[in-house]
Ligand binder design. Structure first.
Ligand code: THG
Length: 266
């Protein structure tokens, strides 16, 4: 099953930021209900944009969101202390977004993750920065998996994010991510791969078209989760169609159900 992480509760989005600043719970509740109805598996929660307010905003969002959904949450912060506090406030087993190989993040995160029941997004990032080659991504992924397995996590709980980088910066970034995902899924059997889909189209026009085309290419490489906007019906139809075409949909039943529910409309 493809894991859809709904990205819309993020204070970098102006409307979400305004709702959080005004403590407008109705806006958040409506958005979460819509993401759930559209088929999100997890709801990502990122409160990082209002500098100095992340702690307060994260706590408020978790309280408001959990009043209306039993969906598990994907706790999205660069700050290990925020993640630790948020972990204590969730009712369902969460996904922690994220750990990386950067020392300032890796060491406190490994300390806090010890013995915890959760799933984890692991970024292929280290102190030298964003990865530049497929080999570099795969090496970092292997190291993250080794460390997380030593800490007691099983591969089914590990989601490797190879870090999608914009085509507008370098036209090799698309194939780099595709080839890295193919190798990770082949060489680190049992792990998942995920990532922020819309990074690929940053700085280009008609972004949603790029996002959904790229997603279908990644699914060919074994990509089995993404952080995306589930209210984009075309991208959700692409998930179901591509999953069917790679053979992950017995008798094409999910695809057919999607068509009958008028979620897949050409
Ligand atoms: N990997 C991991 N986590 C992540 C990311 C990733 N979390 C944050 C981000 N990237 C994914 N989340 C979002 C949330 C919203 C949007 C994009 C990514 C979004 N952006 C529009 C834009 O950029 O144009 C709209 C901006 C706006 O309206 O202001 O909607 O890569 N592990």
């Amino acid at each position: 099953m493809f894991t859809v992480i709904g990205e819309r509760i993020n204070t970098t989005l102006k409307k979400v930021q305004a709702a959080v600043a005004e403590k407008n719970a109705d806006y958040i509740v409506d958005d979460v209900r819509a993401q759930q109805a559209a088929g999100a598996t997890y709801i990502d929660v990122n409160a990082g944009a209002r500098i100095g307010h992340e702690d307060e905003d994260m706590c408020w969002l978790l309280k408001v969101i959990q009043r209306v959904t039993k969906l598990p949450l994907c706790l999205d912060s660069a700050d290990p202390a925020i993640l630790e506090k948020a972990f204590g406030l969730v009712e369902q087993t969460p996904m922690i977004n994220s750990i990386s190989l950067e020392k300032e993040r890796f060491i406190p995160m490994m300390e806090f993750l010890k013995g915890k029941d959760c799933r984890i997004i692991a970024l292929c990032m280290d102190d030298s920065g964003m990865p530049k080659t497929v080999d570099e991504i795969v090496q970092r992924a292997a190291l993250l998996v080794k460390e997380l397995e030593c800490a007691g996590f099983i591969r089914d709980d590990i989601f490797i994010d190879p870090l999608m980088q914009p085509m507008s910066v370098d036209v090799k970034f698309g194939t780099m991510a595709m080839n890295a995902i193919q190798r990770i899924m082949g060489e680190l059997e049992g792990v998942h791969t995920t990532g922020g889909l819309s990074n690929i189209s940053y700085g280009l026009p008609q972004r949603r078209f790029i996002n959904r085309t790229f997603l279908s290419m990644l699914i060919t490489s074994g990509f089995d989760s993404a952080i995306l906007d589930p209210l984009d019906q075309d991208v959700m139809a692409t998930v179901k169609t591509a999953e069917m075409l790679v053979g992950n949909d017995k008798f094409c039943m999910n695809y057919i159900k999607g068509v009958r529910a008028e979620e897949i409309v050409a």
